[in-house]
Ligand binder design. Structure first.
Ligand SMILES: Cc1ncc(COP(=O)(O)O)c(C=O)c1O
Length: 424
């Protein structure tokens, strides 16, 4: 008798080499707080909070019940035109109250990529309404990641993410990661009359976890203001406690014109994203009849997703989790610094929010081009989930992580690096 047929999966995974993944998907079956279990019952510490989003920890019945109650009453209904629903109204109010600028408006989207598209289009539309339609350029940083939609792909500072897609939106420009003066030089060279916005992640996430250098965000905010360029803070990863505040720009005393959010707004229990629109940008659309922003995804203001967001925000607030990203940042950095004892590691980054990365040395990666994946595998075999970035491995655990979990992480990291160092 033949054995069971090994079927390739039909599920095409994002950012995956399906020739390898399809025959051996890593199936996660259940989760609780900072742990997940695979289909064979093996337990893993979720040191990445899934994809940077599980801020309140897995298995929160309160969020599941809130979504369930809403789904029984009104699972979904359009919010185009004058249609609305209570959860969308309530969540918008809650987010506006917590935004850096009082009176901010909330435009909902389905996730971070749609939030970026919304902010980028709104920046252009804003200037067009003001009679400055030539203000089109959007500037971004090297290493940045702003999702995979059209404008977001054009604003990618990770070169590989643009390969093979043909021409991008022409009016986009890249500046070096940490150089505020380069931003000003770029605005002057393009002509401020042609520049709509600058988009910035407070801590760059998917591009490698690069915290801002001291004074960088404050400086770029001033440059934008000086040149009438809108500041878009992409807080998709950094919001909802990850940097110790609701949206993250507060930490730097910066008041952006637009803030994109997603992930931590529901801790990923249901998909949701959006844009916090400052009163300045909202005014021409809210105060003057006829200026319609002809934009919005079908599921904007989805009541069940918004109900999950409301419950998630109550947990973040009640349990003091918002502050925890900043409270734990030093401890996470110290945990990762165990990696500095190994010659195959060139840098440990972190210290701003509950985010960190271990960068493998160019020499090691030259001899072991798959080194980053190998480190992920070593960690996984020791029961810790990490995330591979191009030359580093990232860590962004749930905000509920405790000291003993960090010790578990530290042990797995040093044992994994020790195993890999033998190959160097
Ligand atoms: C900073 C940033 N912006 C935008 C996005 C895109 O979000 P989504 O994957 O929800 O479309 C991400 C996703 O990781 C992100 O990290």
């Amino acid at each position: 008798m033949k054995g069971p047929l090994v079927m390739a999966s039909a599920f095409w995974h994002p950012f995956a080499d399906m020739s390898k993944v399809s025959k051996k998907p890593f199936i996660i079956e259940k989760s609780d707080d900072v742990y997940v279990w695979d289909k064979d019952g093996k337990r893993y510490l979720d040191a990445t909070a899934s994809l940077w989003y599980m801020n309140v920890g897995h298995g929160r019945k309160e969020i599941i019940d809130a979504a369930h109650r809403q789904a029984e009453k009104l699972p979904v209904y359009s919010t185009f035109g004058d249609f609305s629903n209570e959860p969308a109204e309530t969540l918008a109010e809650m987010l506006s109250e917590r935004a850096p600028e009082p009176g901010s408006k909330i435009f909902f989207a389905g996730g971070g990529g749609e939030a970026v598209e919304t902010a980028a289009k709104l920046a252009r539309r804003y200037f067009s309404v003001l009679g400055k339609p030539e203000k089109l350029y959007i500037i971004h940083r090297h290493h940045s990641y702003h999702g995979t939609n059209g404008l977001g792909t054009s604003l990618a500072g990770i070169p590989a993410n643009k390969v093979g897609f043909g021409p991008m939106v022409r009016e986009s420009e890249e500046v070096p990661t940490h150089d505020a003066e380069a931003l000003e030089a770029s605005i002057v060279r393009l002509g401020a009359e042609n520049v709509a916005a600058f988009i910035v992640e407070p801590v760059i996430g998917a591009g490698g976890v690069y915290p801002p250098q001291p004074g960088y965000l404050e400086a770029v905010a001033q440059i934008c203001e000086r040149h009438d360029v809108l500041l878009i803070v992409d807080a998709v990863i950094c919001g909802f406690g990850r940097l110790g505040g609701w949206f993250s720009p507060e930490r730097f005393g910066v008041k952006p014109d637009l803030i994109t959010f997603a992930k931590g707004v529901t801790s990923g229990y249901l998909p949701l994203g959006g844009v916090v629109v400052s009163p300045k940008v909202a005014a021409p659309f809210w105060d003057e009849p006829g200026n319609v922003f002809r934009h919005g995804p079908t599921y904007a203001g989805h009541p069940t997703c918004c109900a999950a967001g409301i419950a998630n925000i109550s947990i973040l607030e009640r349990e003091g989790l918002i502050e925890r990203g900043a409270q734990l940042e030093e401890e996470l950095l110290q945990t990762l610094q165990v990696a500095e004892n190994f010659s195959i590691v060139s840098e440990v980054r972190g210290g701003v929010g509950l985010l960190g990365a271990v960068e493998l040395s160019p020499t090691f990666l030259k001899s072991q081009p798959q080194g980053v994946g190998m480190l992920q595998d070593e960690m996984r075999s020791r029961g810790v989930i990490t995330r591979t970035l191009s030359t580093s491995v990232a860590f962004s655990p749930p905000l509920t992580i405790e000291k003993h979990h960090l010790e578990e992480l530290s042990d797995a990291l040093s044992d994994s690096l020790r195993a890999l160092e033998k190959l160097a």
